[in-house]
Design a protein around this ligand. Structure first.
Ligand SMILES: Nc1nc2c(ncn2[C@@H]2O[C@H](COP(=O)(O)OP(=O)(O)OP(=O)(O)O)[C@@H](O)[C@H]2O)c(=O)[nH]1
Ligand SMILES: [Mg+2]
Length: 694
């Protein structure tokens, strides 16, 4: 248990710690000379039944409230000191407000210097104290009259402290390791040592840690926990860590830094929070109001962005965004205190909600609903509520990190809530079980509707499908989800296309009939210079747009390729032309050939030959250097999948042969340019780029 003193200057905090522990924590020359505490003091007291109580003694001077804050943020139990001969004074109230804002619930009141006060005065001050405590978490705390001069009350106090240590027990070592640094020094023969309170988790000798926010890595060489050599330090211990690392030195680490589990290192400088303004404030908080933010042992400038319509007035509590001057190492749920910029008074404080607060759309109803979920505090309840709100999924890794959750804690919560996990690269997204079922149902019905409306298409484009569904998962997560469904045999993926496992492309009878008339024109002796759409339209006496539309459709299912604008070649012919290139390259000592050689092999016009080669260039089948080309061995089978010398009308069972090029690039969520059509050709204008000289 860590006991922290609090109270007005000169009320006897340090004397009391000295009487209890035998340690004079006012060690600085200046402290001795001025008779006041300036820096934090530390002392220990072993309880008879085993545990060691740690004491943090804080200064009472109004100029050192920031130091008091650094000391108070890690304590379990407050020894709230009020001198019987002086009564409630300004820092009595300010320290009390801070203790309350930090959420400290356990403590008692030491009515010090009782030897200097009459019984009547004692009773008066005690009543005063009871009144000011009544509106805080310490309401009803016991008031013990004491004197370090006469020894009155000291034994009683000691007894109460041991009893509290016993009943509070150890803090659970939940979460990943975090230690708020309050001192950093060099010890001869040992090296760099940092001290502080372990806020969560535990650390063991040999562990790798990171000093955040700077990001220095270090190894824990040795540990003192509660003033004794130890193999481990746990939440609630005051620890001294001997750190070793390339950039580790006493100067490199300062009060306010946090030593933590490397997984947790992710400094935040824009944090959504819930803030309470103290009732003693005279004015409401204004938009972009500058403040001093005190968190753990750190202190930085920040601005307040009000997120709610109603003003944040004295005594009020509202959600705000804190925009920090410099990043800090924090966790969601951590408490903080706000002081005015001239460091003269404490104005309020609260709890962090979201360390990755958005700079835009920060006060939309959707965002405020998320913050409401985050206000639930307990990670399991927060996650359950977040999963039910927009966007309908949660980045589980980020959630665990920002709540400092250990792996097994996250696993337990995920299991308790039946969260469906979708992994994508390094990230894992979680969906609530109901959301997941709904998403799957809508996905299937969307595909069904699409197939019904477009029986001639191989499927819906990946991106188009993604944008139609709620929740709209990030592309990599959606890709991974589809792959999962594909493995389960529920959907099939063909390059950029997604379809139901049972779907097959069907041409309408009219289209099938028209294709039966067009196909022969593209085959035979003229296959290397087939008629263009206009010529086909003329010969067959059908409107050219019909020919073009059908040719593109046939292209999507991989039976033809638009080599140049409105100039379609059978896929089998394209494969044959690739083979011609291969033969030419094989016959050439350098592996290179000219356009003229290519033209001669096909007995073609120069213009058409060039267009074919440029088509190959675009698809990386040929690699051009000046007038020469060679074949790209990695791409030779690009048009080979449907190589089929004979010309047949498209049969429905061949519809699966979607363009092999338009595979989705799951990294960016966009597809590469397919042979025909875009990532989702159905939703795009005709792919006029294809075939035009580039
Ligand atoms: N008579 C009497 N004097 C006391 C008692 N406790 C402390 N004092 C005196 O009060 C003065 C201040 O005591 P400190 O313990 O330094 O007070 P403090 O609260 O630590 O002061 P800061 O740390 O500067 O805020 C010293 O001169 C002490 O000797 C007490 O119980 N009785
Ligand atoms: Mg003192």
């Amino acid at each position: 248990m860590i006991v922290g003193t609090a109270g007005h200057i000169d009320h006897g905090k340090t004397s009391l710690v000295r009487t209890l522990t035998g340690v004079d924590t006012d060690r600085l020359k200046e402290e001795k000379a001025r008779g006041i505490s300036i820096d934090l003091g530390f002392a220990y007291l072993p309880a008879p039944d085993g545990p060691v109580l740690g004491f943090v003694d804080v200064p009472g001077h109004e100029r050192f409230v920031h130091t008091m804050l650094a000391g108070a943020s890690g304590i379990d139990f407050v020894l709230f000191v009020v001198a019987a001969d002086d009564g409630v004074m300004p820092q009595t109230l300010e320290h009390l407000a801070i203790i309350d804002l930090l959420g400290i619930e356990h403590g008692l009141v030491a009515l010090t210097k009782s030897d200097l006060a009459s019984p009547r005065q004692r009773a008066q001050v005690a009543a005063e104290i009871t009144a000011v405590l009544s509106a805080t978490r310490l309401a009803g705390a016991e008031v013990i009259p004491l004197s370090t001069v006469t020894g009155e009350g000291i034994e009683a106090l000691r007894g109460r402290l041991f009893a509290a240590a016993h009943s509070l027990g150890r803090r659970t070592a939940r979460g990943r390791f975090r230690l708020a640094v309050d001192r950093s020094f060099t010890l001869a023969g040992t090296g760099t040592v940092v001290t502080g309170t372990v806020l969560s988790g535990e650390v063991a000798v040999g562990d790798q840690v990171v000093v955040s926010p700077a990001g220095l890595t270090a190894r824990v060489r040795s540990i003192h926990a509660q003033n004794r050599p130890a193999e481990r330090g746990r939440a609630g211990d005051r620890c001294a860590l001997n750190l070793a690392g390339e950039r580790i030195s006493k100067e490199a680490i300062r009060r306010g830094d946090v030593v933590l589990d490397p997984v947790l290192h992710a400094p935040a400088d824009r944090i959504d929070a819930v803030v309470r303004l103290l009732p003693a404030e005279t004015r409401p908080a204004t938009q972009w109001m500058p403040v001093r933010l005190h968190h753990a042992a750190s202190e930085t400038g920040a601005r307040i962005v009000l997120l709610e319509d109603a003003p944040l007035g004295p005594g009020g509590e509202k959600r705000v965004q804190l925009v920090l001057e410099k990043p800090i190492a924090a966790a969601a749920g951590d408490r903080f205190v706000l002081r005015d910029t001239s460091a003269q008074r404490t104005i309020g404080g609260g709890r962090f909600l979201d360390l990755r607060a958005p700079a835009r759309k920060r006060r939309t109803p959707v965002r405020l609903a998320q913050l409401e979920a985050l206000m639930l505090g307990e990670p399991e309840r927060v996650l359950a509520a977040l999963l039910e709100r927009e966007p309908g999924y949660v980045d589980l890794g980020g959630f665990a990190r920002d709540h400092a959750l250990a792996e097994d804690e996250l696993a337990r919560i995920v299991q308790a809530l039946d969260v469906v996990r979708v992994s994508a690269k390094a990230q894992v997204f979680g969906l609530g079980p109901v959301t997941w079922l709904r998403l799957k149902r809508v996905l299937v019905s969307t595909l069904e509707a699409f197939h019904q409306a477009n029986p001639d298409l191989p499927g819906i484009g990946f991106e188009r499908l993604r944008l139609q569904l709620e929740p709209r998962l990030p592309a990599p997560a959606f890709a991974s989800l589809l792959q999962g469904l594909a493995r389960a045999g529920e959907v099939a993926l063909d390059g950029a296309w997604v379809r139901l496992a049972g779907h097959e492309v069907r041409l309408t009878p009219q289209d099938e009939h028209l294709w039966e008339r067009i196909a022969p024109l593209l085959a035979g002796a003229e296959r290397f210079r087939p008629p263009r759409t206009r010529d086909i339209a003329q010969v067959l006496d059908v409107p050219e747009p019909d020919v073009r539309r059908l040719a593109k459709l046939i292209g999507r299912i991989g039976k033809v390729d638009e080599v140049a604008h409105d100039h379609f070649f059978l896929r089998a012919t394209v494969a044959e032309m690739v083979q011609i290139g291969v033969d030419l390259a094989a016959a050439s000592p350098t592996g290179e050939f000219t356009a003229a050689q290519f033209r001669d092999r096909m007995n073609n016009g120069r213009k058409v030959a060039i267009q074919i080669l440029e088509f190959f260039d675009r698809h990386g089948v040929t690699l051009r250097r000046g007038d020469l080309r060679r074949m790209n061995s990695h791409r030779l089978d690009l048009f080979g999948a449907t190589a089929d010398a004979r010309v047949e009308p498209v049969k429905s069972d061949q519809g699966r042969e979607a363009s092999p090029v338009g595979r989705p690039d799951f990294k960016s969520g966009r597809g590469r340019e397919p042979v025909l059509g875009g990532f989702d050709s159905h939703s795009l204008p005709p792919p006029s780029r294809v075939g035009s000289a580039q």
